[in-house]
Design a protein around this ligand. Structure first.
Ligand code: C2E
Ligand code: MG
Ligand code: MG
Ligand code: MG
Length: 285
């Protein structure tokens, strides 16, 4: 009897696994032509300077809405897209969309804010990534000083000398380079010094409990010191409360991004929100 029950449980377990596997296969299949079907969109999350209170830029974040799978979170589909390689087409789409948006802002006075976007290791690996980036933004008439390229700490630590040289070249051409998810990888401090980067984005896991834990505060303070030491600006990600923002300000963090002041929004809402934020800033001054 116990054996029969055990067998039944085993069945349930493998059913769940089989379902998960099927879902992954469905996702892979749907991803393959999601660009052609125009199923992607970008949302923008503002970044706030703690010193001036100004919105200095925004991060473009990918959203995928599939007719039957629904809204699939990037934390699920980006990894799959990297494995199948379709991330290269998706990445090109992201850059073209950011370029079109910035070109439009230039034309209609949408301000001179910088837009950041995320780049996967699979994209950087490709010989033609940097020429493509230049071509996409060049064709749109958008100067590279309007963009920020986000590369994760792990990606940066693992990329080749040649890729680092390409990143350094892009930076000399005016692009801002940010090290994303800092604090989640195995940072090699010596290498950090040699990275061609302007900003470091502190991962949410590091700031999560800075209001309740002195140890967490000490760690963040040490990281801020380190980032200062390599002459980079610090951006704190996923700041959710005013208390966290206050602590980060006191510690000398320059910029924050997080639900505390704005969630990622569609472009139209972002533009309305920023013009509102700007006029509020003026009337407060
Ligand atoms: P990321 O680049 O570190 O982006 C920050 C993530 O934190 C975003 O999740 C954002 O919505 C979320 N976030 C912002 N503020 C808060 C907050 O106050 N609290 C919390 N809990 N979360 C907050 P999202 O949009 O789900 O993206 C997840 C990850 O997917 C990104 O992490 C990035 O690694 C990847 N991703 C997103 N768009 C792209 C893309 O266009 N290309 C590539 N290669 N990766 C992307
Ligand atoms: Mg569209
Ligand atoms: Mg990012
Ligand atoms: Mg991050």
């Amino acid at each position: 009897r116990a054996k029969a029950r055990g067998g039944h449980q085993h069945c349930l377990f493998s059913d769940a696994l089989a379902q998960e596997h099927q879902h992954r296969l469905d996702t892979e299949k749907a991803l393959a032509d999601a660009v052609q079907r125009d199923e992607f969109s970008l949302v923008l999350q503002p970044q706030l300077s703690l010193g001036s209170g100004a919105v200095t830029g925004a991060e473009a974040l990918l959203r995928w809405n599939h007719p039957t799978l629904g809204a699939v979170p990037p934390t699920y589909f980006i990894g799959i897209a990297e494995q199948t390689g379709v991330i290269n087409d998706i990445g090109d789409w992201v850059m073209a969309e950011v370029a079109a948006m910035l070109a439009c802002w230039d034309e209609h006075g949408g301000g001179s804010r910088r837009v950041s976007f995320n780049v996967s290791p699979r994209q950087l690996e490709r010989q033609d990534f940097f020429p493509r980036l230049r071509q996409i933004f060049g064709d749109a008439g958008v100067a590279l000083d309007r963009i920020e390229v986000e590369i994760t700490e792990t990606t940066a630590m693992e990329c080749s000398k040649a890729t680092l040289a390409d990143i350094a070249e892009l930076r000399r051409e005016g692009a801002t380079i940010a090290l994303d998810d800092f604090g989640t990888g195995y940072s090699n401090i010596a290498r950090l010094r040699q990275l061609p980067i302007d900003r470091v984005k502190l991962d949410q896991s590091l700031i999560h409990d800075i209001t309740s834990s002195e140890q967490a505060r000490n760690v963040v303070q040490a990281v801020i010191q380190l980032v200062r030491g390599v002459e980079c600006e610090l951006v704190a990600e996923a700041v959710e409360t005013v208390a966290q923002a206050d602590i980060l300000r006191t510690m000398g963090c320059e910029t924050i991004q997080g639900f505390v002041f704005a969630e990622p929004m569609i472009e139209r809402d972002f533009l309305a929100w920023t013009s509102h934020a700007v006029s509020e800033g003026r009337s407060a001054a």
